[in-house]
Design a protein around this ligand. Structure first.
Ligand code: TAP
Length: 475
């Protein structure tokens, strides 16, 4: 049982000024695994003050100093690998292999990438008629969701440190413990007091407090579109810059020369990895009409190769959903889907033998219309939709017929067609044939999937202001 009631403010673990607490539930057992404080506005104010007071010196730290801090954090992170993996499995319900190969690896990937990006980064540039200076944006407020406990905290924190921006982090209340381990790691890395602060608490108090705070200059948020909108509204009052990484309903376009088994594996891994709780998940699968029968058969045949079950057990590919609330949401979408389309596999309820825990049945609908609710709204669970197309232009038109634009996937053989489709999908990140992830590749969305980019050098730029200096004497 983890009872971690302190916040990390001004280089110290301090008691909350309030007495309210939040229980953190293990979604596989439905039992309380720990408790955190529900922070107050006073706690937040203290953290913002600490960040504000270190800003003048932290923003002037050298590139070499920032690299040294990031290296210490990366080493500390690696030293606590086992604990991070176990905590994420318990708080999120991710199978141990997913906690290691995806969650743990993404966290370390961002810290290492920030070091690489910083090494090549120019904070001053002579542009002929003027000199360009890139300077820390000020104090940043970071608000993160529960679905990637180390990925989203790490990319934001690494970029902020690289840019010399002190931060106040509010992790998701459902998955705060990996972030608290990260705070302990950062504490040991010896950053100046106030450069990193963590305040736990509810979205309504600490989240709203961050987006409205007059002494916070920038808010980097990842989560739902609804909260993103509230953040923009609050931030508008002090003309605060916001970066929003919101939801998606990403297309997988299967070309007619694709290998059916490869395409089905891509489609299934998109809903089974992290139990489909992935903002960039490809949940609308566009296949040529002529492939329908083979594709549907392969979905049914290959689904059992992604076993659902206890995330602490060996060989499990998919764990429970994060919460009862999320389970209920997914059930209501499956019910809607049963009215709108043909259920190919899965359905409502829990998988056999998994009565305890927020387990959902992996579900695939076919004969789906692209304008149905299940093809337009983000479900955030193990639910996929198959939509057939007659020609590629129709597939691209339907793929782009969404309010979202976070990611896209293309599966096939002909390189010219793959390139053509990748260029036509209106989204910030495209994966061709399950290509490897490059941590320097910017991540972020078009349209209602967000504003701004994270990861690598583009991520660092978000935490910087740009100044043009004219008539600078040459040195
Ligand atoms: P959100 O409610 O958006 O929560 C994300 C973060 O924002 C959490 O830290 C949350 O705090 C905080 N928050 C809540 N209300 C806030 C407010 N008024 N002002 C500032 N911050 C606030 O997401 P959720 O409840 O975790 O999930 C709901 C849906 O959002 C999901 O079903 C999914 O569709 C979507 N979602 C998308 C993503 C990505 S990566 N795009 C990630 C997670 C969820 P608390 O944890 O304390 O509530």
């Amino acid at each position: 049982m983890r009872n971690q009631l302190n916040h990390y403010i001004n280089g110290e673990w301090v008691e909350s000024t309030g007495s309210e607490t939040i229980d953190v539930i293990n979604p596989a057992t439905e039992e309380v695994m720990g408790t955190i404080s529900s922070g107050t506005e006073e706690d937040l104010d203290k953290a913002v003050k600490a960040a504000r007071s270190v800003f003048p010196s932290f923003s002037q730290s050298t590139k070499e100093q920032r690299i040294e801090w990031l290296e210490k954090i990366a080493n500390g992170y690696e030293a606590r690998k086992e604990e991070l993996i176990e905590v994420m499995t318990d708080e999120l319900g991710a199978p141990l292999s997913i906690s290691e190969e995806i969650h743990y690896e993404m966290g370390i990937g961002h810290f290492k990438q920030a070091i690489d990006s910083l090494e090549d980064f120019s904070f001053t540039e002579d542009r002929g008629g003027h000199t360009l200076m890139k300077e820390s944006i000020g104090v940043s407020g970071l608000i993160t969701p529960w679905n990637f406990p180390t990925n989203q905290t790490a990319t934001k924190i690494a970029s902020a440190i690289a840019a010399g921006s002190p931060v106040v982090l509010k992790p998701a209340s459902k998955t705060p413990f990996a972030a608290m381990i990260l705070a302990e790691i950062i504490d040991e890395a010896g950053l100046p007091k106030g450069a990193f602060n963590l305040v736990n608490g509810s979205g309504s108090v600490i989240g709203n407090g961050i987006s409205s705070h007059p002494d916070i200059d920038f808010v980097s948020f990842t989560g739902s579109g609804e909260v993103g909108e509230t953040i923009m509204k609050n931030a508008a009052k002090t003309i605060k810059k916001v970066a929003l990484e919101l939801g998606g309903k990403s297309p997988v376009i299967v070309l007619d020369d694709a290998d059916v088994e490869t395409a089905v594996k891509t489609a299934l891994s998109n809903i089974m990895t992290n139990t489909g709780q992935v903002c960039s998940a490809g949940t609308r699968v566009f296949i040529p009409q002529s492939m329908k029968e083979d594709f549907e058969k392969a979905i049914v045949d290959l689904l059992p190769t992604f076993p659902v079950g206890d995330p602490r057990k060996e060989g499990i590919a998919t764990g429970p959903l994060v919460s009862k609330e999320q389970w209920d949401t997914v059930q209501s979408y499956i019910e809607k889907g049963e009215k709108e389309a043909k259920l190919l596999v899965g359905g409502t309820g829990k998988p056999e033998g998994l009565e305890t825990g927020y387990y959902a049945r992996p579900t695939v609908f076919t004969d789906v219309s692209n304008d149905s609710v299940i093809a337009q709204e983000e479900i955030f669970g193990p639910v996929s939709t198959i939509i057939t197309y007659e020609d590629l232009d129709e597939a691209i038109r339907m793929a782009n017929d969404t309010v979202y634009g976070l990611a896209g996937y293309v599966v096939g053989k002909d390189s010219e067609t793959l390139r053509h489709v990748a260029s036509k999908i209106r989204a910030g990140r495209i994966k061709v044939n399950d290509g490897d992830t490059d941590f320097n590749g910017p991540f972020g969305g078009y349209k209602q999937s967000g504003i701004g980019r994270e990861w690598g050098d583009f991520g660092i730029e978000e935490y910087l202001e740009v100044k043009s200096v004219h008539g600078m004497p040459s040195s």
